[in-house]
Design a protein around this ligand. Structure first.
Ligand code: PHE
Length: 452
């Protein structure tokens, strides 16, 4: 197949780490992880989450980088190029990306809305009923979240239209370091609250009797979601890496960064929840309801500053992830369908916009439409993190080990043998048998809860 000489590449090593790290670190870490931990038994959930990250984090991320850089193609093209029969693995990725964006853009919109609410002092109160009311009014409205969502989508369009170097890489380089700094300040503040230790205990001390199939499926699914794995995202980003980059090192750093931020977010939110007597199982509203209350208690002025910082942080984290989601179908349309980048971005975001409307309305007028007790918003999330991503991860794992094959895979992962990789055989072994079997077991055990 002809090499596409015009493909862009990341401009620098740190640019790639920040971009891939930016993809991983997102609403998944800051908004979703603490509330799922709250709903699924705290420490028990965190325990399974960390095991999943330890087993799949490095192995699968390296597998995706390897496939991406080897093939130098978009998610679908990457598999097709290696073996024509397997383009469908990439299609699963493109579909999963659409479903994630279908709710992600709406939550991104909520986050922007909350920056304004925070700055204007509209949520500087400690009254939980008022805060829940504010949140429910926003998400239950048929119009407001869609308008905020559109603003959010437009920011994404602007970045992704500018392409790999000028857009995604440049944005990540500025946004990611800002995120780390704000996060650390927030964690220190929250941990110093009176009564914070109970939240810390809830968060880090596993109660093993709480480990049920549902907790396992949710925790493992969240690991896939948070690391942006099992859906061609890291294949796509890896395809823009040059041949001298150390894939192995990147595949270690990115999961570490991601886990660090998730744990940090837990340390920001859960101690605060306990210190002020909120309900950890509050759900999707957790960050939105508790954070303003918590920070307001520290004094109205200071509270406004910290609440605003928090929602700016959440928006930053969300943007660096959703641009990676957008890039999956965009790269596919550009390379497989020969669209211009502009056209690819417009078509993708139009589809996302329509899907987002349904997700948003499902918290309002369409709330009666449910499948198995889940509204459209929840279905998008469940389908992707608990089904499509683990399934994609299993297929990618098998594909690398059995189809691309050990020799080519190790050759690519070690830059033709120039990088030392002592555990290379073990890596392949994990991908060939262990990871697919583990994912299969998680699915089987979770089967009973699929219709809950
Ligand atoms: N990892 C991102 C987050 O935590 C979400 C995401 C999933 C991004 C899959 C890309 C691919 O928010």
């Amino acid at each position: 197949m002809k090499e596409n000489v015009e493909r862009s590449q990341w401009g620098s090593k740190v640019g790639f780490i920040l971009a891939a790290g930016g993809s991983a670190v997102g609403l998944g870490n800051i908004w979703r992880f603490p509330y799922l931990a709250g709903e699924n038994g705290g420490g028990a959930f965190v325990f399974i989450y960390l095991i999943t990250v330890a087993i799949i984090g490095f192995t699968l991320m390296l597998a995706e980088f390897t496939i991406g850089r080897y093939s130098q193609s978009d998610a679908v093209g990457a598999f097709r190029k290696i073996d024509k029969r397997f383009g469908f693995i990439g299609f699963i990725s493109v579909i999963a990306a659409f479903f994630i964006m279908g709710f992600y853009m709406i939550v991104g919109g909520w986050s922007i809305a909350y920056i304004f609410k925070a700055v204007t002092g509209a949520i500087s109160t400690t009254n939980p009923d008022f805060l829940s009311g504010e949140f429910n009014n926003l998400i239950g409205s048929d119009i407001q979240p869609i308008i905020w969502g559109v603003i959010y989508i437009i920011i994404n369009i602007a970045i992704v239209s500018s392409g790999i170097n000028k857009g995604i890489e440049k944005a990540s380089k500025i946004l990611m370091p800002a995120l780390f700094i704000i996060m650390i300040i927030l964690a220190i503040k929250s941990l110093s609250l009176e009564g914070a230790m109970e939240g810390v205990k809830f968060f880090i001390k596993p109660n093993f009797s709480e480990i049920t199939p549902r907790v396992v499926l949710n925790a493992a699914g969240q690991a896939f979601f948070s690391l942006s794995l099992g859906m061609g995202c890291m294949v796509t980003y890896g395809s823009y890496l040059n041949k001298n980059e150390n894939l192995k090192k990147n595949a270690i750093i990115v999961p570490l960064l991601d886990t660090f931020v998730a744990i940090m977010a837990g340390f920001v939110i859960l101690p605060a929840v306990f210190a002020f007597g909120f309900e950890p199982g509050e759900g999707a509203s957790l960050a939105f309801v508790t954070i303003p209350a918590v920070f307001t208690t520290m004094g109205a002025g200071i509270g406004t500053i910290f609440t605003t910082l928090f929602f700016i942080l959440l928006t930053i984290a969300a943007i660096t992830s959703s641009i990676s989601l957008l890039e999956i179908p965009v790269a596919y349309f550009i390379e497989q369908k020969k669209f211009s980048r502009r056209k690819a971005v417009i078509i993708t975001s139009s589809i996302v916009f329509i899907m987002s409307i349904f997700a948003s309305l499902s918290n309002g007028s369409l709330s009666n439409f449910t499948i198995g007790g889940k509204n459209i918003f929840d279905i998008y999330g469940f389908m992707t993190s608990n089904i499509l991503q683990p399934l994609g991860g299993m297929l990618i794992s098998l594909f690398l080990a059995w189809i691309l094959g050990k020799k080519k895979a190790i050759d690519e992962a070690t830059n033709g043998g120039t990088i030392k990789f002592r555990l290379a055989d073990f890596w392949i072994f994990l991908l060939k048998y262990i990871i697919p079997i583990l994912i299969f077991i998680i699915f089987l055990s979770g089967l009973g809860i699929f219709n809950i």
